[in-house]
Unconditional design. Sequence first.
Length: 328
Amino acid sequence: MMEDPSTGSLIPLDFDHIQDHVPELRRFSVKLDVESFADPIDSSDVSINTWQQLAEIIEKHYDRYDGFVILHGTDTMSYSASALSFMLENLAKPVIFTGSQLPIGKLRTDGKENLITAIEIATARRDGHPVIQEVAVFFESSLFRGNRTHKYNTEDFDAFESANLPALAQIGIHIFFNHAQLLRPSGPFRIYRDLNPNVGVLKIFPGINAGFIQGVLSAPGLKGLVLETFGSGNAPRETWFIDSLAQAIENGLCIINVTQCNEGFVEQGRYKTSSALSRIGVVPGADLTTEAALTKLMFLLGQGYHGDALTRQLMASLRGELTASSAW
């Protein structure tokens, strides 16, 4: 983002002029090219079509470049990084998302440092290969797996966290990579374009009522639902609530359970308040973030998965998005 000098409001940055805002980029000893959308958008307007365009840009230039840095607004960055992680299978090159809390052009902007460091990370090599070979988010002083991130702060420069997986790298004077955590491809690079938009998120809250639940479950075309529950996967035990979910599942809706907490696992059956969810077929989401669970559902439904096959894929770690749990 940058500030409109005439109104003072924040508007999307024209990336074609990025070097005018960050002249330090000219000092890199690598070739840098910029490609931007014809009409830059605010990250709040990001859609499935945006993710498809990003994936296709990477596919188009995959063999030509050693790595990719995506400048993206912070509000939906974790959704976009999660979606791209599923759409881009067996990456052997880095795809690094970054952005800023203060817009480019502001004197104290964090955008310059974030961009410069993201490029440095994207060009890092070890034994002739890129150090990072996955979709990641770099912000402030940490590099995180993209599908493990969540924006948790609107004020600090340190805006993102990865509560259930250590950082892939810590950046200070030097860059220290956590090599034990890094993903490596197991086959040829492949892109998936199809995402199913017929998914949603339902956050459980005290006082939730039957009419509200039915309104969500009866949404036209709904195929997948992320259920945000309390603690380690707990939800109301009222008959109307459980019966509503059970009927929806019987009708073909896939429901995956993730915790509202920033850190920890869903362990269905640990308490009585979650055992009924297991009984009716709600899929336990382990330590998936809401962003990863939602985009994973879009991805798997888009590939035609359903029933038991869909459940197995949701419970498997496809791109390092979840941690295996003995409770499963």
